[in-house]
Design a protein around this ligand. Structure first.
Ligand code: PAF
Length: 319
């Protein structure tokens, strides 16, 4: 199998390194980066994969020229949601109608690609709770083992199911706990509730996930943000399997020491995923006639932080 991973951020490097360390000789793992200079540096340095057992150097080929890579069997998209459109144009030479394109973004802004079926690829989605922290470019810490759930928005045919099953097995063999779900939309929404309740507030209050629980104001805002998202989900008839506030508070506690991806973005002067997370609740709220004042307020506050800290929006699309 030829597997490409586009976006050498924390999750992209984590998947690339785990796959590189475990696949058969006939398989090929490649990283794709739109920034030529960074790709050259990563090729020199290798991907440094740090875990509790030590640090391993993985000399993975990093290409900034998709034309020379050619078609892949699977492409894992690990770019940030706000760079997705641009990265899909860049990645076009890697795709074919039989390429499995797996989206791993936070939020639900990217569901449109699976719904519209315009891309020449077999489109699948995944949500992952693997804990990866970027210590430096191409140097990641596998901070906590998680689970990755993969699936199609609508049932695939037999060949597509086999493709997804094969990728899932490859991830499992790479020691990335994974499974295929028949209802990935529900799983993506379940993760969305958690991100809606945690990410923006960690950025606004400059706190770790766990520290949100020790502030009455933040704790109460978690609840109001998630309840609004729940109302929108119910209006859209999205199945909800567990009370989303309970689930969010649990994740907050379990990942207490985590610096959320949004707080990391703000601290590193990068654009955040606010539009794909709380922004989608606000947008779908307008579509379904549900007021979302708490999400609207959080969005405005995060955008203010972005405006204050972003040196240049156009030059900070790190993944
Ligand atoms: O975006 C993140 O950081 C994570 O999805 C989560 C669950 C909030 C944990 O930090």
């Amino acid at each position: 199998m030829r597997i490409g991973i586009i976006g050498p951020g924390a999750l992209g490097c984590l998947f690339a390194a785990r796959l590189y360390l475990t696949v058969n000789e006939q398989d090929q793992i490649l990283l794709i980066d739109h920034r030529a200079q960074r790709a050259a540096e990563l090729n020199k340095q290798g991907i440094l994969y740090e875990s509790e057992t030590g640090t391993e150097r993985c000399p993975i080929v990093v290409s900034s020229s998709p034309e020379s890579v050619g078609r892949l069997d699977a492409l894992l998209s690990c770019v940030k949601s706000h760079t997705l459109e641009q990265s899909l144009q860049f990645a076009a030479p890697l795709l074919s109608p039989s390429t499995l394109l797996l989206f791993l973004q936070n939020g639900i802004g990217h569901l449109k690609y699976g719904e519209q079926k315009r891309l020449p690829a077999v489109i699948a989605y995944a949500t992952s709770s693997e804990g990866a922290t970027c210590l430096a470019p191409g140097h990641i810490l596998h901070a906590g083992k998680g689970h990755t759930t993969l699936g199609f928005l609508s049932p695939g045919d037999r060949g597509e199911d086999e493709q997804l099953g094969k990728l899932c097995t490859t991830l499992q063999n790479a020691n990335l706990d994974s499974s295929v779900s028949g209802d990935i939309r529900t799983r993506l929404w379940a993760k969305l509730f958690v991100n809606v309740g945690i990410n923006a507030l960690t950025a606004i209050y400059n706190r770790t996930n766990g520290q949100l629980l020790t502030s009455c104001a933040a704790r109460s805002r978690i609840k109001t943000l998630v309840r609004e998202a729940e109302k929108v989900a119910l209006a859209l008839r999205i199945p909800i399997e567990e009370d989303p506030v309970t689930a969010t508070l649990r994740v907050c506690k379990k990942t207490g020491r985590n610096i959320s991806s949004m707080l990391q973005d703000i601290r590193n002067l990068r654009a955040t995923e606010i539009d794909a997370i709380n922004g989608e609740i606000s947008r779908l709220g307008r579509e379904t006639g549900i007021a979302t004042p708490y999400n609207d307020e959080a969005i405005a506050q995060v955008k203010k932080l972005e405006d204050r800290y972003l040196v240049s929006r156009s030059d900070t699309n790190e993944n």
